[in-house]
Design a protein around this ligand. Sequence first.
Ligand SMILES: CSC[C@@H](O)[C@@H](O)C(=O)COP(=O)(O)O
Length: 349
Amino acid sequence: MSEHAHDRIRAVVWNDDALELLDQRLLPAVERRLRLGTAAGVAQAIRDMVVRGAPAIGIAAAYGVVLAARARFAEAPAGWRARIGADLDLLAAARPTAVNLSWAVARMRATIERAPEGDPCPRLLAEANAILAEDIAANRRMGALGAALIEAGGSVLTHCNAGSLATGGFGTALGVIRTAHAAGRIDAVYAGETRPWLQGARLTAWELVRDGIPVTLLADGAAAYLLCQGRVRWVIVGADRIAANGDTANKIGTYGLAVLARQHGVGFMVVAPVSTIDMSLADGAGIPIEERPAAEVLDLAGARVAAAGAGAWNPAFDVTPAALIDAIVTERGVVHAPDAAGMAALLAG
Ligand SMILES: CSC[C@@H](O)[C@@H](O)C(=O)COP(=O)(O)O
């Protein structure tokens, strides 16, 4: 495949013994990498949205475990495995909704338990690198599987950012969109601006413009009017956690788009690697939904816009019932009209 701008976008990079994160709070105005050398610094960066997006925060946390192991082993090789437990817990708790975070930390924890005596860092770094590489490969596979569902002609709508910035590279929902656009199946991409963090306006638009894929932004409240006009064939989104019955948590506003899509006969596609599936939860009611500070809603770009005295409710995610989802696309295959049986068959296969 020829090199596109997305091939050069890497949100999470291990470089010269430290973790470098492209600071997503500053995009698109400023492209700056933060260099982090401690697990506590990585946890803080995840909490503060320097890095965001379900797979990307899992990958960042995996490298955070490498930093923690380096520090604990340097303190004293004896007993480092016991002392690293607090670092793992800190990383896993940095944000609650995306299960990729605790999944990646659990995978690193298992690697720690299996590690032979001696310096654990080479083995742990190899595991973090594997998590990153597997995520990119999964995105490529999902891109092909999801694009195959899209008939040529027409437009798609996406929400939030599920692109290179939210993953190891290429993207989940944006991976499908990139693949479908390259195959000539998509005429235009609409992106919701995604208040309050504006992941759509700042990040998705930035990625698509760099790829030369035409992107049209809309205020989140304009989606109903867009979908009633018949130009959009699919709504395509990523996911932060998918329960065993297919109920899907994703960026706040996703559930509303699913209701609108069903109302207007538009397909609704969720694209996520199997690391986003949480089979321990029977349905979406058990998914923890992060509530972020009210100031994110009351302010715009750091300046107060809401009336003094007003409060704000700021859930970062919502849960779309599986019944509103036409297809869940994973690297293992597509679950059409997802339900508990379909999800179990996917993971058994
Ligand atoms: C491939 S990313 C899928 C989701 O993680 C994405 O759509 C999303 O909701 C991200 O939320 P964010 O709060 O920006 O981390």
